[in-house]
Design a protein around this ligand. Structure first.
Ligand code: HEM
Length: 164
């Protein structure tokens, strides 16, 4: 029972994270105000995502960096370093977003926003890390596809053809 509700929670959280990233990548669709507030929610969603994945993160880090544990296979290594790159990319996006913020941060700090034209370097980092994130999120989904498909099947009560 606990397992089922935990799986459901992880599934809902991951679906929310994916929808939030898609929305954040389409600023023209959301508008800048929604974009910035949604962007500020991301650290909480990512922290929750990492906490739910903590067992995998801790076990894989031990396997990769300790000589006593068994060697990690190539797929696990690629998955680990892709995840690390994605984390770095999203951290850069959020930090650069905060530094170029035109709405949310000026509202919270009650200080005027710096014009985007005066903050070109951070603007470029924000745009480039967003482009990288699209590729990295796609790889992240692809490499974890079996887990994702199993979670969707179990959530919808489907079983593989032939499975009893
Ligand atoms: C994971 C989180 C985020 C993602 C994926 C993301 C993604 C994007 C993308 C794709 C653009 C359009 C870039 C372009 O084509 O020039 C953009 C622009 C922008 N973002 Fe974010 N963003 C995130 C977080 C934030 C945060 C937290 C803030 C501020 C609090 C923010 C503020 C801005 C601003 C002000 C622009 C307009 C920049 C311009 O017009 O040159 N973003 N963001």
């Amino acid at each position: 029972m606990f397992f089922l509700s935990r799986l459901r929670l992880i599934f809902l959280l991951d679906a929310t994270l994916l929808i939030a990233i898609c929305a954040l990548e389409t600023v023209n669709f959301t508008g800048l105000i929604l974009h910035e507030w949604l962007g500020l929610l991301m650290p909480f969603l990512i922290l929750a995502h990492l906490l739910f994945s903590w067992t995998w993160i801790a076990a894989t880090t031990r396997r990769l960096f300790s000589s006593r544990s068994g060697r990690a296979d190539t797929r696990t290594r690629i998955n680990y370093f892709l995840t690390l790159a994605l984390f770095a990319c999203i951290t850069a996006q959020i930090l650069s977003g905060i530094l170029i913020s035109q709405q949310a941060i000026p509202f919270l700090t009650k200080k005027p926003a710096l014009a985007l034209t005066e903050n070109l370097a951070w603007g470029r980092i924000h745009k480039n890390s967003s482009d990288f994130a699209v590729a990295l999120v796609s790889f992240h989904l692809a490499i974890n596809w079996n887990w994702l498909a199993a979670a969707v099947r179990s959530r919808l009560g489907w079983r593989k053809a032939g499975a009893r």
